[in-house]
Ligand binder design. Structure first.
Ligand SMILES: Cc1ncc(COP(=O)(O)O)c(C=O)c1O
Length: 372
């Protein structure tokens, strides 16, 4: 079986360092917002290129608290993509606002910046671009629109740590960058975790308060907050992993280009494209393929752990029934939802395994052609 991701291989290499760091935390007696949280926040902000970062429970909380800190709530609209993980939109709902979905650019699977302006209404307060699969959204166009229409920008960087657009790291363009340390991410913890990045001191202080029951001073609460702190053990683990991120991302890119070459002789299988001046970090390597569901099922049966991210676009999820979207509203999103399939991708995958994946994809595609 070639899994979509094999975390055990990473652990085999750096497990010793991780165990040492965890044991130190256990022995320290400091389990909440200790020295690792503090140091990791500084290291993370330095990496992304922002003044501040705040450790949180999850990427979902990062998105939710970003909106709260920007005073976005009931009656407000937030423009985003429907081609993403549900958390992007549920964060909008949790803040009390309404998501407005814009179609994608099928070359990148990201929000089509050229379609954003048509979706702006007097209620629009913010845009959440998602750097899906590790590919940056077109941040210059998005920031320009935001500036002209006085909108906030919250970047969903959950799949894109280390990705760059025009030489600048994602998470440093908008008012906030939101990151996830879910174990499958390019920088994954060993449990849940998230981070917010920003450059504005007031916004930073607001998130610090919101993550700690809405008060900067202990037992004094100015507003409704949550308990969303990055666990100290996770912070210690993530500090061990952080110095490897660039190298891991580089390997992911090499693996992606190797897949591209291997698929080159099969033009019916569409491989991912990169936009100009970008540094994609290939959180996923996602192809588009006919008879996708059948191919996917056959791949599972033939030992290849392919995944479909995501089978139902957010505007057609039951969760969003009340928003009144219907099939046909976002044709490019809906089309690609039926075609996309992500293949095994992680820094340690071998060229031989990649060749097996490619051969098996081609074999399974041919099998579906024989049976339809
Ligand atoms: C695009 C995107 N947004 C948001 C999230 C939410 O992050 P978390 O699972 O840490 O809450 C994820 C990942 O899970 C994601 O992939």
């Amino acid at each position: 079986m070639i899994p979509i991701l094999d975390s055990k291989r990473q652990y085999a290499k750096i497990g010793g360092e991780i165990e040492k760091a965890v044991t130190e935390v256990l022995a320290s007696g400091s389990y909440i917002l200790g020295k690792h949280n503090k140091a990791f926040q500084t290291e993370f902000a330095d990496f992304v290129g922002t003044k501040y970062s705040v450790g949180l429970n999850s990427g979902t909380d990062a998105l939710h608290l970003a909106l709260r800190a920007l005073n976005i709530g009931r009656g407000d609209e937030v423009i985003t993509t429907a081609f993403t993980f549900v958390a992007t939109a549920s964060a909008i709902g949790l803040a009390g606002a309404t998501p407005v979905f814009v179609d994608i650019n099928p070359d990148t699977f990201n929000i089509d910046a050229n379609k954003i302006e048509a979706a702006i209404t007097p209620k629009t307060k913010a845009i959440i671009p998602v750097h899906l699969y590790g590919q940056p959204a077109e941040m210059d166009k998005i920031m320009d629109i935001a500036k002209r229409h006085n909108l906030k920008v919250v970047e969903d960087c959950c799949q894109a740590i280390g990705a760059e657009y025009k030489g600048q790291k994602v998470g440093s363009f908008g008012d906030f960058g939101c990151f996830s340390f879910y174990p499958t991410k390019n920088l994954g913890g060993m449990g849940d975790g998230g981070m917010i990045t920003c450059n504005d001191e007031n916004l930073y202080n607001r998130v610090i308060a919101l993550r700690n029951h809405g008060g900067a001073i202990r037992y004094y609460h100015d507003e409704l907050g949550v308990n969303s702190r990055l666990d100290e053990i996770q912070a210690a683990i993530l500090r061990v992993k952080m110095p490897y991120v660039n190298e891991w991302n580089k390997k992911r890119r090499e693996n992606a280009y190797r897949y591209n070459e291997m698929f080159a002789k099969y033009p019916e299988i569409l491989t991912p494209k990169e936009i100009d001046n970008s540094y994609c970090v290939y959180h996923q390597y996602t192809i588009r393929i006919e008879n996708r569901d059948k191919v996917h099922q056959l791949l599972q049966e033939n030992g290849v752990g392919a995944m479909i991210y995501y089978p139902v676009p957010l505007h057609l999820q039951k969760l969003h029934k009340e928003l009144g979207y219907k099939e046909g509203d976002l044709p490019l999103t809906e089309k690609d939802t039926k075609l996309v399939m992500s293949l095994p991708m992680f820094p340690e995958i071998t060229p031989e395994e990649q060749q097996t994946v490619v051969d098996t994809v081609v074999k399974c595609l041919n099998m579906t052609k024989q049976t339809v």
